[in-house]
Design a protein around this ligand. Structure first.
Ligand code: FNU
Length: 238
């Protein structure tokens, strides 16, 4: 019973303020754990996103191992896109393994998104538009409807592409006007996919997702701190 009440009362561990969500797409647990520990003492506002390559190579236990290694919020980026029953099952496994939030596609529809939100076990982030060129073909034409749909349900976060800051700006405005001013915006695509640090936050995003530019660098902690400072400087207009 106590567990049930705690579940329902779960509030977002991811604060709506500028930061970096570091994509953990490396494929070995040793470097994932090492990086999680290093980020724990890094200067800045960081979250960790566990991607499918890491999870497939190491198992869902990597989430609990990262949980033990750091206090930083952890998002499971399973890009869940299945029928409501299976979407909720995948999300539940991730929450139970220690994830603070999960990432799912909005295009699967309101019933699937609602089923995951109704679990009440942690944050739900929905993908609205993606960073790659293919997103323009099929997601861009429906993204405003997707924003209205997820705003009506009440999700914790949305994914908008740092590679298209104009889209971040437009959809951030729409999100706000649909009552989603508490919803955080996370934007991938920084460095490896061409966006510069700060492009998305200066257009209305909260977190910029950075993967390869951090985990493939010689010193990931330094790289994370440096990119974080660049984002903050851009916001201040330095
Ligand atoms: P990096 N990601 C993305 N584009 O790149 N979740 C999207 O539209 C999206 C994502 C993730 O390029 C991608 O899976 F919805 O090395 C990867 O984990 O910086 C990260 O963002 C980008 O990694």
């Amino acid at each position: 019973m106590i567990r049930l009440i705690e579940d329902v009362m779960t509030t977002s561990r991811l604060k709506k303020r500028p930061g970096i969500m570091v994509a953990f797409d490396m494929e070995d647990s040793a470097s994932a754990i090492r990086m999680a520990e290093e980020l724990g003492s890094a200067d800045g506002n960081f979250a960790i996103k566990v991607g499918r390559p890491l999870e497939m190579q190491t198992g869902k236990e990597i989430i609990s191992r990262i949980r033990d290694a750091t206090d930083i919020p952890i998002i499971y980026d399973g890009k869940i896109a299945d029928i409501p029953y299976v979407s909720a099952k995948i999300a539940e496994i991730a929450y139970d393994a220690g994830a603070d939030g999960v990432n799912m596609h909005a295009f699967v529809g309101a019933d699937a998104v609602r089923e995951v939100v109704d679990l009440g076990k942690g944050d739900v982030i929905t993908v609205i538009e993606m960073t790659h060129p293919g997103s323009v073909e099929y997601l861009e034409p429906i993204s405003e409807r997707l924003i209205r749909m997820v705003s009506g349900i009440g999700v914790d976060g949305v994914v908008l592409p740092a590679t298209r800051p104009d889209r971040v700006g437009r959809l951030a405005e729409l999100l706000e006007s649909e009552g989603g001013s508490e919803t955080y915006i996370i934007s991938p695509g920084v460095r490896a996919q061409g966006a510069e640090p700060g492009d998305a936050v200066t257009s209305g995003a909260d977190y910029e997702i950075v993967g390869r530019a951090i985990y493939q660098s010689e010193n990931p902690k330094d790289a994370a701190e440096r990119i974080y400072r660049e984002i903050i400087d851009r916001l201040r207009g330095d």
